[in-house]
Design a protein around this ligand. Structure first.
Ligand code: TMP
Length: 252
């Protein structure tokens, strides 16, 4: 069997050349890391593949373009090859994490409105919080790109808030990456990477229990169980095989 060419390896995913030009295969690993800590969480890659597939499919359906094409197997999905913009957009609805710490706002405080932050990923000092001024001055993205990313991020936030609210989960914040998709006549900005408990903060609406990567970041334990619970509530964790796949389970 021909060996596939690996084009990128990150901490949680790998990218291989896809079967056709303009496509890539995105492989979800079980590896996880935060600051100096790293470990393997058995089954995390499988869950993230399913959760991200579910969300990206829905986004595509409602006209929010993503790089996602289709899931190939337990750990892989076929995606469109895009030119990654070296920025992360963080959308925040509730104070938590670095935001709560930086501004000394109590974790769990609902923000007066959704706030978007930008982090630049290109330097050798890790991710740095930057403003639109930095982004346009250094040409990391154009003012039009920023408008498009902001609008897609807010639409995604509205959609995800509704989706998670319906299954008893509070969407605290999440991080998006974008890519440029080169079409014949135009360049389209699309959501890339993944949307999963690795890059969202998801709290149980009633108890406030954390169901995301903060379980690892904050040494809370049972990391995979949190991800599993998210998948179960979205109706994408089959309890008795694939025939059991259902839509989201609406919480009363
Ligand atoms: P933060 O509060 O630590 O800045 O994180 C904000 C959101 O971004 C949270 O949902 C976790 C996510 N995130 C990533 O996806 N990758 C990262 O490297 C970091 C630091 C955060």
């Amino acid at each position: 069997m021909a060996r596939r060419k690996k084009v990128y390896e990150g901490k949680a995913k790998m990218l291989y050349e896809g079967p056709e030009p303009g496509t890539l295969v995105q492989y979800f690993k079980d590896d996880t890391s935060h600051d100096m800590k790293q470990t393997i969480i058995a089954g995390k890659g499988v869950l993230n593949n399913r959760i991200s597939e579910y969300i990206m499919k829905r986004l595509n359906e409602i006209g929010i373009p993503t790089h996602f094409m289709r899931r190939l197997n337990m750990r892989e999905q076929l995606v469109k090859e895009v030119e990654i913009i070296p920025l992360e957009l963080v959308v925040r609805n509730v104070a938590a994490g670095s935001f709560a710490e930086r501004l000394t706002i109590a974790e769990g405080t609902t923000l007066p409105r959704s706030i978007i932050e930008y982090r630049y990923k290109g330097g050798d000092k890790g991710k740095q919080l930057v403003s639109e001024e930095h982004i346009t001055a250094f040409g990391w993205a154009s003012p039009q790109d920023l408008d498009d990313m902001m609008s897609l991020a807010l639409r995604t936030n509205d959609f995800l808030n509704g989706l998670f609210f319906g299954v008893g989960i509070r969407l605290v914040d999440f991080r998006l990456k974008f890519g440029r998709l080169y079409l014949d006549e135009e360049v389209l900005l699309v959501i890339a990477d993944e949307i999963s408990p690795d890059n969202c903060r998801l709290w149980d609406s009633k108890t406030g229990e954390k169901l995301d990567k903060d379980r690892f970041r904050c040494d809370l334990g049972n990391v995979a169980q949190g991800y599993q619970e998210v998948a179960r509530r979205l109706g994408i964790l089959p309890e008795s095989g694939p025939a059991d796949l259902k839509g989201p389970k609406v919480m009363q």
